[in-house]
Structures are given as structure tokens and as C-alpha cells.
Write a new protein. Structure first.
Length: 680
């Protein structure tokens, strides 16, 4: 293996890497104002996509202030009755833990299983309770601000998306096919569907080809390693500090493999820096920025050591990201018109607590008001391709400053859809179901204004690799006395979302509860539903924008009790508890955007009057006691905390009637994140 001394490493960097230079260049990214011509998406002239490797959202940002992390007040409940954090290993529960090691951000934490079979095993038909058996206890390891300060500082300076999922429950290549083509050959054409890192050679049309045909400029920034051909392993080589780690997945398509020099597919996808012969890893990118040649759409593939793929340290990736920002801000005028999207192709085997949206595999597992063609693999006991677990996404641009959060559901196809929105080039491979459930990333931007205040940003020069070696795995040991992690307290600015969701319950007859799902906003949603009477059979319901559908849930046959929970995007939660024996009171919820209020429609189908109590979990609002006469209804309006509500409605008549209602009222304006996040 070629030795790499300090001088050689600086040569690969291709730029000064002193603390002052790095801090200044990264701070400049937050301080350069946007080039505002139209005050809209049209002001974005360059889209750059840096997709790193194999980290889950909770693993990196579970403790970050103001995101849906470890302080989530309403996590999914496992079949055994415990919150999702309590992952069983067969003998005990393993909780999220921070490994007991110094310099954790520079540790070579072990790589975990992250293929199709083991990820579906962890998901376990939506029960979400087999993470440790499928991935080992290291799945529950997480990092904090002290470990990865640069990543957290980026989130403090720009917009972090806390509902961005990888596209497929599985490994790198098929997830990157979603990123570059909108699917993984799900229709069986062109060599698909591809479920693993087979790299056999495929022929369906990629999105860069569509950009090329439409006259939109594009390019892949990478190092050529030992050659971007079969002999050079398409950039995946033994030297982890060069090449592209095989992460330019366009090179697994025949049309790129057979492209000749001088053709667009070769010149834009099979060229790059040549670190082996003295180039810096960022020379071409920086030169294109300074010469005004940055394409309209670019993708960056890092060498293995800097990709953040375990066991490589997270902070090697921090150093690399800092260098990318340094190159992109080399010309402030170019940066003022550029959006950098930093995400991760999949979660490796690291746990994330949010059950990903997915289509139902059968009528017994829920329903969809949206066509699910192309979203299920197999004919007998089909499995959903995705969505996969949450992964980090940072939107770094002059239109996304201010340390905000965007909580709309996204996946890798959202990146293509963002490019679609900007340049008008459609990708037909994206399924109707994904278009209904996932957004197009435009909600992560604020084109009307910006905050150019620059927070304190850590230096990354200390993250330069000390040697050029591969290192053995660091395998952390869970603590003997586990405890739930604490999330940083406080809120963040929250970007407006296109949601107006509802899930209302009605006792539909003896022994049954009907839940009516609806989306009254501009975006559809997938609801994850659990029932205590059927603990091993969670269901999923997908509702299109403007649509509605219903599901019926059987009560416990022994005593007629029911306990049904509904989870939706951005903290939407309903819990319905009671006895399904006779008609009684009910509560239906409506959002009133004007005034950010919640309107409760209280009905009483019983033969006698009932007294209902409404408790508000936010803001210290005094409980309201309301008498509803037999056969009558009343409307009660409840104030919220910047749109957030967490209500409990109970009946004085007993019978176990409880309605828990939590969520956010959207107004189209920037608000704050859930005040319950980060509470103990």
C-alpha cells in the first residue's frame, strides 16, 4: 500500500488546511447572501449532491436540539408493550447508548449488516423489534455533539431534514439507483430489480441521461483511482484514500461502461482527479467553481476513507465535507446561486426509531389510496422495497441558513424531484406511491428571506487521517446499566409543511373501532397503526393529498377493549382507548390554520349526557370540562403553542374512554419545533 505522509495528505487536499482557513471558508458558506433575482426556486442555478455512506439519523442526530430524536414524546410501541427504544436481544433490552471511548468521532466503529434480508428482519413486518438480533448490539450506538461537532454545527447553521429516509431497506447500490434513476429496476427491465450490490451491468435509463437530452449540464466529481473501468474496479480500489469507493453507481450501467472518450456519458461520468499522479481530490471541483464552469447539476463521490462508511471514522467525512464547502465557496458569486445537498445512501445497520413509511403488502396489513405498483417485491408474501430508515440530510445553501428544521417526509427520489422542479426534466421511474408520500425538497428552502448570521463552527483540520492504514474494528459494549439518552433541550425554527392530516375514530359496532384517515393538505401521508389486540400485526395506510380511507380494528374479544395508536409525519399521533360495547362519546379533530387553533368536535351517541375533560399538554392551559347532552354535539376550540398541541380527552363516566391527540397546525409560516422534544 502506498505510504501517505503529512505532505502527501496536504497534496491530496489540494488546499491550505490551517484552522483559520477552514473556519473562514466554512463560515463564509453561511455568511454569503443568496443571489435573489426571482425570489423563487429559479434563483438556484447549481445543485450539488454529496451522498455519503451508511449512517442513520438517530446515530448522528438523535441528541440534536429541536429534531425528532431521542426526546420524541410519542415513540412507537413494540409488540411487547415497551417504547421502540427498548430493543430486545432475546435475554434483555438494549437501549440506545453512547460508546465509552475517547475521540469517538475518530473511532473505527464496526460495520454492521445492512443488506436486504437483515434489514427486513429488523423491520419485522413493521413490528420494528428485531434490530439487535439482525444487526448486533452495536446497532444501538449513537454519537453526540462532542463526538461529531462539525456535523452538528452544520445543522446549527443550515437546514436539517429530520424525516429524510433512504429509499430501500438494504444496501448502497440499490439506494443509489433510486438517487440516480428513481428506482432500482423494480419493473424487471434493464436487469432489475436489484436488491444488493451486484453491479452486474444494467441498461435502464438514468436521470443524467434525461438531463443530457434536455440540455441541462451535469457532471460527477470523483477521483479516478486506478481507472474508472472494469480493470480499475470502477473506482473501488485497495487504496482507501483515492478512487470513488464504487459510489458512482452510474458506472454499473452498460451505457456508461461502453461510452467512449469524447462522448457526454464518458466525459461527465468517467473522468475526475488523479490523486495517484499528484492531483488534489478537490482540484477539478474548485477549478470549475473559479472558472465559472460548475454544471447545473453535480454529484460528488468521495474516496472510501472519507465516505463515513463504517468502520471509517465519521470525522474523516467531516474533513472531506469541509473541503467540499471550501471549494464551492471559492467564488462567492457561484455559491450565492448554489444548493449543496448532503445526505447518506443508507443507514448501515444503525438503529433509527421512526418506523419508515411503506406500502401495505396485503389487505390484512392496511390499505393505500395510491397505486403501489412497483413498490412490492415478490408475489408470495411480498416485501416493500422501502422506504428505509431515516438518514441524515443537510440542505446547505444561501436559502437554507439559520439552523432550521424541515420535517416533511423525503427519500432519495426527492433529490431527483427537486431537480425536476428546478429544470423541468421529468423522471418517469419514480412511482406514484413515492410521489404521494415523499416531498420534492422545496419545503426545505426559504426563497423569501435568509439569515446570514454565522454560528461558531469547529475546525476540522484535526480530523485529517494520521496515517494511511486500515484499522481494526472498534466494537463497543453496551453499558451494564442502560438508560434512555437525553436530547438537547430547546427548539429550532421549523419550516412550514404541506400537511393537514386527520385520523378520527368511531366505535362502528360491538367489538370494532373504525379509524378514518384523511389528508386535507397538499401532501399525502402514510400512517403507521398499531393495535394492542393485534400486537404482532401493525398496519400501514397511505392517503393521497385530498384523499381519505378507513380501517377497522377488532377489540379484544375477551373484554371488548381496544387500544389503537396512529403515527404520522411530524409528530402526528392519535391514541384511541376504550371499550367497544356500545355507542358513546367521540372526538374528531380539525386544524384551524388561522390562529393556529385545534377545533374539537365532541359528539355523544349515548343515551345519557356525558362529561368530557380536555387537558392540554403544552403551554399550561387549564383543563376544560364539557357536558355533552345525549345525541348532541359541541365544538371546543383549543389554543396551541406555536401550532403544537398534545391533548388528552377523558370521560367522567369511566369505561376507559381516552383520546390522545398530538400534532402541529400548519399556517404556511415558519414556526418552531415541537416543545416536547428534549424534555426528560
Amino acid at each position: 500500500m502506498t505510504p501517505l505522509n503529512r505532505r502527501r495528505f496536504l497534496q491530496l487536499a489540494g488546499a491550505t488546511t490551517s484552522a483559520s482557513a477552514l473556519t473562514t471558508s466554512i463560515a463564509r458558506a453561511a455568511g454569503i447572501p443568496a443571489h435573489r433575482r426571482a425570489g423563487s426556486l429559479q434563483d438556484v442555478e447549481h445543485i450539488v449532491v454529496l451522498t455519503q455512506e451508511n449512517r442513520s439519523f438517530d446515530h448522528y442526530f438523535g441528541t440534536l436540539r429541536g429534531v425528532r430524536g431521542f426526546g420524541d414524546p410519542h415513540p412507537v410501541t413494540l409488540p411487547g408493550g415497551k417504547p421502540v427504544w427498548y430493543q430486545p436481544d432475546g435475554a434483555k433490552d438494549v437501549l440506545p447508548f453512547r460508546p465509552a471511548a475517547d475521540d469517538l468521532g475518530l473511532k473505527f466503529i464496526q460495520d454492521l449488516a445492512h443488506g436486504w434480508s437483515d434489514t427486513h428482519a429488523a423491520w419485522n413486518q413493521g413490528c420494528y423489534d428485531r434490530w439487535v438480533p439482525a444487526k448486533t448490539a452495536t446497532t444501538m450506538a449513537y454519537l453526540t455533539r462532542d463526538d461529531i461537532p462539525f456535523h452538528h454545527a452544520l445543522a446549527d447553521a443550515f437546514t436539517v431534514c429530520d424525516a429524510y429516509h433512504c429509499s430501500l431497506m438494504g444496501s448502497t447500490d440499490p439506494n443509489r439507483y433510486y438517487l440516480w434513476t428513481g428506482y432500482t429496476g423494480n419493473d424487471g427491465k434493464g436487469g432489475g430489480p436489484v436488491l444488493g450490490n451486484d453491479e452486474a451491468g444494467y441498461s435502464w435509463t438514468t436521470y443524467p441521461e434525461r438531463l443530457e437530452q434536455a440540455g441541462v449540464s451535469w457532471k460527477i466529481y470523483q477521483d479516478v483511482g486506478d481507472g474508472l473501468d472494469a480493470a480499475g474496479s470502477w473506482g473501488w480500489i485497495d487504496d482507501a484514500y483515492r478512487g470513488n469507493y464504487g459510489d458512482n453507481s452510474l458506472l454499473y450501467f452498460d451505457q456508461y461502461r461502453t461510452a467512449a472518450p469524447g462522448t457526454p456519458l464518458y466525459d461527465r461520468a468517467r473522468t475526475g482527479t488523479d490523486a495517484k499522479n499528484g492531483d488534489g481530490l478537490f482540484d477539478v471541483l474548485k477549478a470549475d467553481v473559479q472558472a465559472g464552469r460548475l454544471p447545473q447539476v453535480s454529484w460528488i463521490a468521495a474516496p472510501e476513507a472519507f465516505s463515513e462508511h463504517p468502520n471509517w471514522p465519521a470525522n474523516y467525512g467531516a474533513w472531506y465535507i469541509a473541503q467540499v464547502l471550501d471549494a464551492l465557496t471559492a467564488d462567492p458569486d457561484v455559491w450565492s446561486r448554489t444548493a449543496l445537498l448532503i445526505t447518506y445512501d443508507e443507514n448501515d445497520g444503525f438503529f433509527d426509531h421512526v418506523v419508515p413509511p411503506h406500502p401495505p403488502s396485503s389487505s390484512a396489513q392496511g390499505a393505500s389510496g395510491v397505486d403501489v405498483t412497483g413498490e412490492l417485491y415478490g408475489t408470495e408474501a411480498p416485501l416493500p422495497y422501502g422506504l428505509g430508515p431515516r438518514v441524515p440530510m443537510l440542505v446547505v445553501s444561501p436559502w437554507s441558513t439559520g439552523g432550521r428544521v424541515c420535517s416533511q417526509v423525503f427519500d432519495h427520489t426527492s433529490v431527483i424531484r427537486f431537480i425536476e422542479q428546478r429544470f423541468g426534466v421529468a423522471e418517469p421511474n419514480i412511482s406514484p406511491w413515492r410521489r404521494a408520500v415523499c416531498g420534492d425538497l422545496t419545503s426545505a428552502f426559504d426563497f423569501a428571506g435568509s439569515d446570514t448570521a454565522v454560528p461558531a463552527l469547529p475546525d476540522t483540520s484535526g480530523y485529517r487521517p494520521a496515517d494511511h492504514d486500515r484499522h481494526d474494528d472498534y466494537v463497543p459494549t453496551p453499558p451494564a446499566d442502560p438508560a434512555l439518552p437525553r436530547q438537547e433541550s430547546g427548539t429550532r425554527p421549523a419550516l412550514p409543511l404541506p400537511y393537514d392530516l386527520a385520523a378520527d375514530a368511531t366505535v362502528s359496532g360491538p367489538g370494532a373501532l373504525r379509524v378514518d384517515f384523511a389528508s386535507r393538505g397538499a401532501a399525502g401521508a402514510a400512517f403507521h397503526v398499531t393495535s394492542a389486540a393485534e400486537p404482532d400485526a401493525p398496519r400501514t395506510y397511505t392517503v393521497a393529498a385530498g384523499g381519505q380511507l378507513s380501517g377497522t380494528f377488532a377489540a379484544d374479544p375477551r373484554d371488548g377493549t381496544y387500544d389503537v395508536s396512529v403515527h404520522g409525519p411530524n409528530g402526528f399521533w392519535r391514541q384511541f382507548t376504550g371499550v367497544a360495547t356500545e355507542a358513546g362519546p367521540e372526538v374528531h379533530v380539525r386544524h384551524r390554520a388561522q390562529g393556529t387553533q385545534v377545533e374539537l368536535v365532541l359528539t355523544n351517541d349515548a343515551g345519557r349526557a356525558v362529561e368530557l375533560t380536555v387537558d392540554q399538554g403544552h403551554g399550561g392551559v387549564r383543563a376544560a370540562r364539557l357536558r355533552v347532552a345525549a345525541g348532541r354535539r359541541t365544538v371546543h376550540t383549543v389554543p396551541t403553542t406555536d401550532g403544537w398541541y398534545d391533548l388528552t380527552v377523558t370521560s367522567a363516566d369511566g369505561g376507559g374512554f381516552v383520546r390522545r391527540l398530538a400534532g402541529h397546525v400548519e399556517t404556511g409560516r415558519i414556526s418552531t419545533t415541537d416543545p416536547a422534544l428534549g424534555r426528560s
